[in-house]
Design a protein around this ligand. Structure first.
Ligand SMILES: CC(C)(COP(=O)(O)OP(=O)(O)OC[C@H]1O[C@@H](n2cnc3c(N)ncnc32)[C@H](O)[C@@H]1OP(=O)(O)O)[C@@H](O)C(=O)NCCC(=O)NCCS
Length: 241
């Protein structure tokens, strides 16, 4: 398997691939400087490119991996370049990493093991992250999250109710933190930070950094929790998509 040298990018690529492959009919092509996924449903979560190539023709190179294909979404690490003037630059995500941290008191993150529990926590996450999105997109993300068993799902329960959740994906060089979410009425009380610190503690004990992607507005919060930016990820949308 070819994979990017940076453990944070490797974790991202492997997580996106695991989610896409959890859906029926997904094909994934990997090469030294990118990965492409395609699925008959042709949704953003299953029809994408991640490229970290240096070449100015990185986009042409990536789309040529499948015949007659336009990905729905393109994640670009590095210069976007002139060849992709047509791509709509929808957003920039920051890739963050944190290394060793003083271990904290353990905090209970309940692992979701059964298919039923995984389906419930996946629906909880989709309800927070994909509210108002097209139903088929949301269903695909939910299904992928529930089925991608390598991506471990955890909840925080209060009085038997799920109030927060997070998805963790361990790759050789990193522990990826994804889909961190707290119910709106519990926000601002330190629960999100406690979950992040627990994940940092677990990663420290395993000797790997925690890696994650987030929107610009959350970077200061993660910085306060000890993260630093290691790369920027441009989220691009091809015109035909
Ligand atoms: C981000 C999130 C997990 C934080 O959980 P939380 O329990 O409120 O976190 P804490 O109480 O430990 O810290 C709250 C801090 O988060 C930061 N924050 C949360 N959302 C923010 C936003 N949209 N913009 C800027 N800062 C934000 C603020 O600094 C806030 O501090 P303050 O309210 O005290 O000023 C929660 O807001 C959430 O579920 N958001 C929706 C899903 C999401 O965006 N997840 C992040 C994925 S990378």
């Amino acid at each position: 398997m070819s994979s990017p040298a940076d453990p944070s990018i490797e974790n991202l690529v492997e997580t996106y691939a695991a989610l896409a492959l959890a859906l029926d009919g997904t094909e994934v092509r990997r090469w030294e400087t990118g990965i492409a996924a395609r699925n008959p449903a042709d949704l953003p979560s299953t029809s994408f490119v991640v490229s970290w190539a240096d070449s100015p023709s990185w986009y042409e190179d990536a789309v040529s991996r499948f015949e007659r294909w336009t990905p729905k979404i393109v994640y670009r690490v590095g210069e976007i370049g002139r060849a992709t003037d047509e791509l709509w630059h929808a957003q920039t995500l920051s890739l963050l990493e944190s290394r060793l941290l003083d271990p904290e008191e353990p905090f209970t993150l309940v692992p979701e093991e059964t298919p039923q529990d995984r389906a419930e926590v996946a629906a909880f996450m989709a309800g927070i992250f994909f509210e108002g999105q097209q139903p088929e997109r949301r269903r695909a993300i939910e299904q992928a999250t529930a089925r991608a068993l390598r991506c471990r799902l955890y909840s925080v329960l209060e009085g038997g109710r799920r109030v927060a959740a997070v998805m963790l994906h361990r790759t050789p060089g990193a522990l990826g933190l994804y889909n961190l979410c707290v119910v709106p009425w519990m926000r601002g009380r330190g629960l999100g930070a406690s979950i992040v610190r627990q994940v940092q503690t677990d990663a420290s004990l395993a000797g790997v950094p925690v890696v994650l992607q987030c929107r610009a507005e959350l970077v200061p919060w993660y910085r306060r929790l000890g993260f630093r930016t290691v790369a920027e990820l441009a989220v691009l949308v091809p015109p035909a998509a």
